[in-house]
Design a protein around this ligand. Structure first.
Ligand SMILES: [Cu+2]
Length: 462
């Protein structure tokens, strides 16, 4: 608990912490604080009805206190330090030591009491996105409750009436508080067999979020609307996002919520899945169809399921290519096909360190060991068994293994491909491609491609 006194925003944080009296805290369930950004093992329920727990990617589940049949949780809204990926720590706002806050897991029909202590320098509230609850528990500051002032603790209480996939976030100074990382996941497990909910062998969850943190700085720019430079899952960017490790044949459920300012088409390689639920509840089986990508709009949640029946290391990522990159210069012109050779020689006479990037594409960036400023991440990074993966942001790997033990979520390492099953260089004869124009006459050889950035108001949103 002492660490809160020196975490970011120290002055205001200390004022807030001091105004919560020890006596008041003692009457509440002790808030569990998490320091690590690693994926915690699933929390087997120590009390209450049994359920098959979820695994929060680079996160954890909040423990609870059972008080006369009521599950009591204690969330502490506070400044936190979050490692976005190895080499970059950001000062965010979150709950109980991390952003996102802990996942809340309950069972349909559970009576739930949530204490929320505000250790932020401004007021806050918590909205329980998607829940059926009494209006006054909905957490919209000013509309359904007074805001929670700094230093104060409020209590929410309701029955988790329907099973499904939910999230929580402030409904107070939302633009700032969500840009700072305040959010968390909520799963309500079914009380008994539900016709539209299958038993999953592995059940993963994470939130899509985004930050705009200038290289070298620690705190997100809170006024950014679309030009975010860190696209994250649970406030982690590749290669900081843990892999989803499953056993061959497992029924895998992945629950994803979007609290960014744009949509994210989430794509999984090697398997087809179905959307089995939204934040509105489980989908009816007759409404489902196979997908390999599902678009998750702003404020939406999607629960997808598939049988992991193909062994391997399967990419899983947002399909917006700019969302699988980490920060880069925003105004880099496209130079593909432009021959710099003469120019570089002349510039080198004056500036020997000059380096041209991008004349053969940008793949070189993935391998380039350029000195980076403090506190940022390489644009494209991550080493795989065959070289640089050239990704960042919203990217990870689904690892399907025959010998992954049930309940074992540890990383099995890279896939060992059976002999003869990896794409490889062709060593046989190579003919010239026969090119024909539409009139059937042999075509002229293709001219050198000349690509230029069309205008200066181009896309900035990496
Ligand atoms: Cu995306």
């Amino acid at each position: 608990m002492d660490r809160r006194r020196f975490l970011g925003h120290a002055t205001l944080g200390a004022v807030a912490a001091a105004s919560v009296s020890r006596v008041a805290i003692a009457a509440l369930p002790e808030p569990a604080i998490q320091h690590s950004a690693q994926t915690a093992p699933p929390l087997t329920p120590p009390s209450g009805r049994p359920y098959n727990p979820v695994v929060t990617l680079n996160g954890w589940t909040a423990p609870w206190r059972m008080n006369q049949g009521v599950k009591e949780f204690h969330l502490v809204a506070e400044p936190v330090e979050r490692e976005i990926a190895p080499g970059m720590v950001a000062r965010l706002w979150g709950y109980n030591g991390q952003s996102p806050g802990p996942t809340i897991e309950v069972v349909e029909g559970d009576r739930v009491r949530l204490f929320v202590t505000n250790r932020l320098p401004e007021h806050t509230s918590v909205h329980w996105h998607g829940q059926r609850l009494p209006n006054g528990m909905d957490g919209v500051g000013g509309l359904t409750q007074p805001q929670i002032p700094p230093g104060k603790t409020f209590v929410y209480e309701f029955t988790a009436r329907r099973p499904g996939t939910f999230m929580y976030h402030p409904h107070a100074d939302e633009m700032v508080q969500m840009a700072m990382g305040m959010m968390g996941f909520w799963v309500t497990h079914p009380r008994q067999r539900h016709p539209h909910i299958s038993d999953a062998d592995r059940d993963f969850c994470f939130l899509l979020n985004a930050f705009d943190i200038d290289p070298g700085s620690l705190v997100p720019k809170v006024n950014t609307m679309t030009d975010f430079n860190l696209w994250t899952w649970n406030s982690r960017a590749f290669p900081g996002i843990d892999t989803l490790n499953v056993r061959k044949g497992d029924r895998v459920r992945v629950r994803v919520g979007n609290l960014t300012m744009t949509n994210h088409p989430i794509h999984i390689h090697g398997h087809e899945f179905e959307v089995t639920g939204t934040d509105g509840g489980p989908t009816r089986p007759e409404s489902r169809w196979p997908e390999v990508t599902t678009d998750i709009a702003v404020g939406q949640m999607r629960q997808i399921e598939f049988i992991a029946d193909e062994e391997g290391d399967w990419a899983m990522h947002c399909h917006k290519s700019h969302h699988t990159m980490n920060p880069m210069g925003h105004d880099v012109p496209t130079l593909i096909g432009i021959d710099h050779r003469g120019l570089v020689g002349r510039i080198h006479q004056a500036e020997p360190e000059y380096m041209v990037m991008g004349e053969r594409g940008m793949a070189d960036m993935g391998e380039m060991e350029m000195p980076l400023p403090e506190q940022t991440l390489p644009m494209m990074t991550g080493q795989g068994p065959f070289g640089a993966i050239e990704m960042g942001g919203m990217f990870t790997v689904l690892k399907v293994r025959r010998d992954q033990k049930p309940g074992d979520y540890s990383d099995p390492g890279w896939f060992k491909h059976p002999a003869g099953t990896v794409a490889h260089e062709w060593h046989g004869a190579i003919g010239e491609p026969a090119r024909k124009d539409t009139d059937g006459k042999p075509a002229q050889p293709a001219t050198e491609l000349d690509v230029r950035k069309p205008d200066t108001h181009g896309h900035h949103g990496h």
